[in-house]
Design a protein around this ligand. Sequence first.
Ligand code: BDP
Length: 647
Amino acid sequence: MADNSRNDGETRRGLVTRRGAVGVTGGMVLAGVAAGASQAQARASQPRPASGVPSILYPHESVTRSTKSLAATWRFRADPKDVGEAEGWQTGLKDFRLIPVPASWNDIFDDVRNYVGSAWYETDFRVDKGWAGQRIHLRFGSVNYTAKVWLNGKPLGGHVGGHLPFAFDITDTVSIDGDNVLTVLVENKIQLDRVPSTPDRTRWHMHTVHFPQTAYDFFPYAGIHRPVLLHATPDVHLKDVTVKTSLDGKVSIELEASAAWSGKASVAISDDRAEQKGSAILTGGKGSTVVSLKNPRLWSPDDPHLYTLTIRLENGAAPDEYALKIGVRTIEAKGDKLLLNGKPVFLRGFGKHEDFPIHGRGLDVPSIIRDFQLLKWIGGNSFRTSHYPYSDEAMMLADEHGLLVIDETPAVSLVFADPPEIQEARSRQLRQDITDLVRRDKNHPCVIMWSLANEPLVKPFHTTDPEPPGGNETGLKFFSPLFDLTRQLDSTRPVTIVSVQGGSTDWQALGDVVCVNSYQGWYSLSGQLDLAEEALKSDVAKLRASHPNKPIMFTEFGADAVAGMHAHPPEMWTEEYQADMVEMYIRVLADYPFIFGTHPWAFADFRTSQSIMRVGALNHKGFFTRERKPKLVAHRTRALWSTPAKV
Ligand code: BDP
């Protein structure tokens, strides 16, 4: 094996499961033919381009590309004193235990349940000999929050930010002939300058204490959360593709190769009825083309029709082929309506979480598909990726299921009265997150909107300290360039922030649509639904007055209900109270023609930190329990959502 300094490798390898995907990514990667060994060997001596920024296109297989999943049990060791690197753990992990990847560590081992520090992961792998001469990439779907990666003891690099993919070109580091050892140092400290962040407790007098101490209302799960994939491509390969569609069937395709390669790319768009071919000329690695589909079958929740776009770089004996699913559709905010394929659409659905028993935030494909089934059962057509980008796999499945997705960054609970250097650090991180998110998700027909933040505030919740001056302006200066950036990266989708009732109307006004969270009858006017209804109507009137020409959506409203708790007359925390409140919101909001959607909070109960607000460290506002059993509110809402929405 490449790392000779390891002397206990044999014992360790004996413990490790050397399977491929454990029912996790296997089904998501398109089956294909592995690149032929002889062809690959013939190319082994060809010069290689500089690696540059590696492709983060989802590693689908094709006739020229192969993928191997490293989903398995890895070796794991917490490093609470941060001594691992100095002690050389990157060259061999001792005193480890086995942990599944992908998964959060928190619900696997009792002693790291609330642990938010550093931890080490290590695994062995071999690569197919047929990969010799190919470019070999290593792609992480998500590591929360920072990752530092070594291959065979050599540093590959790192990544900051918990929910988006990153990749390394490992061609020159990986051993084709023997075992490879992959080591990842994961760290998830809750820090002020991160996104998401935590309130500065030295500056604010907080009334509620959470353990672990987060500023946001979900558990700070940590670990390698999504698939780790090895991927072999030809030397010159497709690095990026951007697809834009219009209702007349024109599909514009921009291509970027991994090197400054010039040549022809063949493209084909096909479904079970027909195939339309085209081509593009790439110069210096870039090129574009437009393919026209006759009578295009549009993508929508009623008919989530997907075409296959196949791109082939015609590079002599070393072509590269890549295929992805695309949908033909348009989305735009016009006047006070949201238009899908030119027609007003009303969003019914939920804010969700990636939150599953035992997996934590780790990818759980069966649960995603089950959730989408339940979402359809209740009459929903959409969801928001509250409060961070979800997995590639979830987005591909949303395309297939015809679900409309509000795609959100990890910027939850930003506070604009924290010191300037903190704002700058958060802004830098968020710019990176937005860039990576748009780059990853721009081709998904399911994505209909970018949400740049959830509930930004001038001062944190849970404090009665006075609001410091200037917070509104600081927020405006923070968000304006981020809206500009998002619109530069993608001009085809509306951009918004999700604000909380009473939040800055100036910040809301930056968006193409206005999204608000509202908790009348729960956090305010608790237990008084009649007064809550009046307050809601008055809130809607104020919002409309502030934004007379924009579509408005209620992205959160709801009440906690502990499943099985009942009362008549209804009282807070019972299933009846939750059902009555949600019914009231849906009924009231249906009467306003400028409201384009209602997403009650939340799809299912989910894990939170421990606090006096959260019974059993769960947020109980779910329509389904954490095990996905429906509460009363689910049945009542299903009846309401069985009739078409007024648009
Ligand atoms: C909203 C937040 C959401 C919380 C919810 C609640 O956006 O993350 O879980 O309140 O308190 O303010 O249930």
